[in-house]
Design a binder for this molecule. Structure first.
Ligand code: FAD
Length: 311
């Protein structure tokens, strides 16, 4: 059984979710091939610490455009060339665009956003906005899964040398159908979907300027800034920071919810966080039902003190 893992670079390393996927792949097979576009060899080689032995670098000037249709077409060609049986993608913005396209091209079944992958290739995923879990299996020969970031633990697996091969796919005009017209860089900001720690703010912050309190704590904790939909709808924060049913699903180690009531649609996006801290002046706010630690208090008093206390 051969597993293809779609890797993404972040500077001189790979994104953490890439190491998580390599570890998940190791738990089901000894034969793993990484596939990556737009990466330096140094970033690819870092996967050797996690046991990756072979990676294929997709070569085509068009990939600089981050076209999901072109990358999917190339990955489908690699899957056929390498006789892979399974393909793993991150359930983040990039992976979720590419994985279903690869599944269609490979006549494969696809399960998105899984939180567990068993050795018999059944998988577990949340449904009904996280209210229930289902076990699912794919009965096609080739199987595609996307893995929720921050759920699978990345475990180092001996230092191996990654053999890097280049592959120039044959791309048709149709494969190049998706063209990225504008690439907005996150300017060093952590993405909530992949962050290990998140400090989120809600409507109780009263105005956009008060998010400085959230940013200050986030900086101290090396955390990403998140927001409730009420805040995004008010135009205080960008939609890319929205956590919840119509925003991003997050699974950080630490989620600090500040002046957020805890509506079901918000909980749907963050209840999988490992440790949840809630700060709210209303002791009956629903957020306290999912919180591991709760502070009943005014964010304007609590946040500056908390930020000062942290190293
Ligand atoms: P509020 O519900 O107004 O809560 C503000 C909280 O701040 C209150 O609990 C209050 O006690 C507290 N507070 C006020 N002042 C202070 C203070 N000084 N100190 C401490 N605490 C204070 N919401 C999302 O977040 N994400 C989604 O993806 C999402 N998707 C949705 C999809 C649909 C189809 C629908 C219908 C709704 C969706 N919502 C979503 C909206 C959701 O229902 C809530 O309206 C929203 O989450 C409320 O945001 P909030 O908690 O910031 O605001």
């Amino acid at each position: 059984m051969k597993v293809l893992v779609y890797l993404e670079a972040q500077g001189a390393e790979l994104k953490r979710v890439s190491y998580e996927m390599i570890t998940a792949a190791r738990s089901i097979s000894n034969e793993i091939v990484g596939v990556i576009a737009n990466a330096d060899d140094a970033a690819i080689k870092s996967a050797g610490n996690f046991g990756l032995k072979k990676a294929i670098k997709l070569e085509d000037a068009f990939f600089a455009n981050h076209s999901s249709s072109a990358i999917a077409a190339a990955i489908a060609q690699v899957a056929a060339k390498e006789s892979c049986n399974i393909a793993l993608f991150p359930a983040n913005a990039g992976g979720l665009e590419i994985a279903p396209r690869v599944a269609v091209k490979c006549n494969a079944g696809y399960i998105s956003d899984i939180i567990k992958l068993n050795s018999d290739l059944t998988a577990q995923k949340p449904v009904y906005a996280g209210k229930a879990m289902i076990n699912v299996a794919i009965d096609t020969d080739f199987k595609v899964f996307s893995l929720r970031p921050n759920v699978f633990t990345a475990v180092k697996g001996g230092e191996t040398e990654v053999a890097i091969e280049s592959f120039a796919p044959a791309l048709s005009d149709k494969d190049k159908a998706v063209k990225v017209t504008k690439l907005a860089k996150n300017e060093g900001k952590l993405d909530v979907a992949e962050a290990d720690r998140i400090v989120s703010g809600g409507r109780g912050l009263k105005e956009a300027e008060n998010f400085k309190l959230i940013e200050n704590l986030a900086t101290k904790l090396n955390a990403a800034v998140g927001a409730s939909r009420a805040v995004v709808d008010a135009g205080w924060r960008p939609h890319s920071e929205q956590v919840g049913q119509t925003g991003k699903t997050v699974s950080p180690t630490l989620y600090v919810a500040c002046a957020i009531s805890g509506a079901v649609q918000h909980l749907a996006g963050m209840s999988g966080s490992k440790v949840i801290v809630a700060i709210n002046k209303d002791k009956d706010a629903p957020i306290f039902k999912v919180a591991d630690y709760g502070i009943v208090g005014d964010v304007f008093e609590v946040l500056p003190k908390l930020t000062e206390k942290i190293g």
